[in-house]
Design a protein around this ligand. Structure first.
Ligand SMILES: CC(C)(COP(=O)(O)OP(=O)(O)OC[C@H]1O[C@@H](n2cnc3c(N)ncnc32)[C@H](O)[C@@H]1OP(=O)(O)O)[C@@H](O)C(=O)NCCC(=O)NCCS
Length: 165
């Protein structure tokens, strides 16, 4: 498994991973499969461009093998939120779960965060997403006590979790 920063050529594989992710975990993200498909590949390509060119964000991917055409089986975004680094888009494909992929992605995001001077990692996770909460706890995250209603799926609540980078 290779963890690396995404590059622009990853566009089609990232798009495939996004559609898989929204189908697999429809309640875990601030997007839905229908909306993503309606916006289409071109709009998604602009997003990927932002991820790979903007200095305030980075997207890390997990690649199955060290070959240029190898499948992507996970990703994690990290955004400089001025005061902390926010983790978004945490996803690992079902077949790659339970193998430390999330740890590799979080380690890479933590290194990036330290390099830009952010010492805390923050994320939000759906309160009922027990697998993700457990996965984050294993990596040293703990709940801060802050909870927010999900922006478009109220009454579901999101928990904030934090750890040092
Ligand atoms: C969340 C996610 C990235 C975690 O990666 P992962 O490789 O599955 O994580 P791990 O296997 O290392 O850890 C999951 C832990 O939860 C446990 N678990 C699994 N199902 C569970 C459940 N229903 N309730 C509680 N714990 C559960 C696992 O046993 C494991 O703990 P253990 O190692 O102590 O046995 C991945 O599952 C995923 O992409 N899920 C779908 C999308 C998602 O929910 N993303 C998070 C958005 S915030």
């Amino acid at each position: 498994m290779r963890i690396r920063q995404a590059h622009i050529d990853d566009g089609p594989r990232l798009w495939a991973l996004r559609l898989e992710m929204l189908a697999d975990a429809p309640l875990a993200y601030l997007d839905t499969l229908d909306r993503a498909v309606a916006r289409g590949l071109r709009e998604y390509h602009h997003r990927v461009e932002g991820w790979v060119t903007e200095p305030d964000r980075a997207l890390f991917v997990a690649q199955l093998a060290d070959r240029p055409d190898a499948a992507l089986v996970g990703h994690l975004g990290v955004v400089d939120e001025r005061g902390y680094a926010g983790l978004v888009m945490a996803y690992v494909s079902p077949d790659a779960r339970g193998q430390g992929v999330l740890k590799g992605l979080v380690d890479a995001a933590a290194e990036w965060s330290k390099r830009i001077g952010r010492s805390d990692l923050l994320l939000e996770v759906m309160e009922r997403n027990h697998r993700a909460i457990r996965a984050y706890q294993k990596l040293g995250f703990s709940v801060t006590g802050n909870r927010h209603p999900h922006p478009y799926l109220a009454p579901f609540m999101e928990l904030e979790m934090m750890r040092p980078a």
